[in-house]
Design a protein around this ligand. Sequence first.
Ligand SMILES: *Cc1c(COP(=O)(O)O)cnc(C)c1O
Length: 438
Amino acid sequence: MTKAMPTPLSGPKSRAAFTAARKRIPGGVNSPVRAWSRLGGKPPVIARGEGAWIEDVDKRRYVDYVLSWGPLIHGHAHPAVVKAVQDAAAKGLSFGAPTASETALADMLVAAIPGMQQVRLVNSGTEATMSALRLARAATGRDLIIKCDGCYHGHADHLLVAAGSGAATFGEPDSAGVPAAFAEKTLVVPYNDAAAVTRMLKKHKGQVAAVIVEPVAGNMGLVLPQPGYLKALRAACTAHGTLLVFDEVMTGFRTCYGGYQRIAKVRPDLTCLGKVIGGGMPAAAYGGPRAIMRLLAPEGPCYQAGTLSGNPVAVAAGLASLKLAARSGFYDRLGKRLTGLISAMAKQAAQHGVPWQAAQVGTMWGWFFSDVAVTDFSSAAAAHMERWAAFTRELYLQGVNVAPSPFEAAFFSSAHGKAELVHTLAATDRAFAAAARV
Ligand SMILES: *Cc1c(COP(=O)(O)O)cnc(C)c1O
């Protein structure tokens, strides 16, 4: 008897389009996770999106919980966002000169993030974190930074450092092409371990410019900060003259209006934003108190620039998205709907006898096939990967799009209504059944 071939995850037109892509684009993708390497399949090639749904070139439709990796809090092609983009585009795509709309976006960000008095707009989260750390180094005159194992802060050289060989060692590059001399400036500690940060700050007394952290970790799956963790980081940084940088590129305007810092009641020195603030267009930002921000060129000695920074079309998409999100009860409404979905999924998992845990903050969520509490990267990596793969494959076949990696968060939008939830729960029931067979 021959072993049955697994059902292909994407249709014939997608497979052909992806083969063509691979000829001209490394791996067929412009960002690695899109290649679905972990599932061994070829990804669907997307033709359009509307509301909570995306449609591929085979006209297969999926309820989308990736949402462009977080930005699309109002779903795909929201009419108000599309209109704002069209209106802005008709007036000129880019000027490389001051515009009133970029000040309007800066005003909204400053109003939403306590402690942020000024903000610089950039094009990507990578630029935001890279620039914030340069600024932290300029402000402190120190070179070292501390980051957490499993936290992702974009692909700048100093930040492409993950585990090294444990908390006490210097970081090792996570990518070829990163000079060891750069990676050595990055110290790595486990997430949710404030004592490890304090030990590191003591060991390298007077040398650490910044601690950078995702206040809710969203790049090792979704991992919540333990109670008191962020406050302890704040105290340790203050005691050592080290700046605390919150990378809220994912959590900003996702967990609530503003940053997760509002929920945690912890004030970082610098905040990085991206994703939702661009509404699906390339816009990101970093900001903090005037006393630090004034060190940036042209006022100060710390250089940072961008041909397309504050791009009027991207800013228009961001402004329109934030205005929609600022309506009263927005995050509450979405959060409650998502909580309902998660508890229905938890019931299904239990019915199928599959150990499964989920976490949610506002409109961000994630899950692990594990029965031990996931608090850091090593516990995330210890989850059941075959079950995750079986579950995820079945979701695609049933028309639900989630991240093709166990180390990514899921998202939710105002376009996910009753019909989408019914469709999703029918799919998850079959997906848990598939996971139970592993
Ligand atoms: C997505 C992300 C980044 C990188 O943003 P890009 O726009 O992809 O460069 C940085 N930090 C966090 C926490 C992110 O989730």
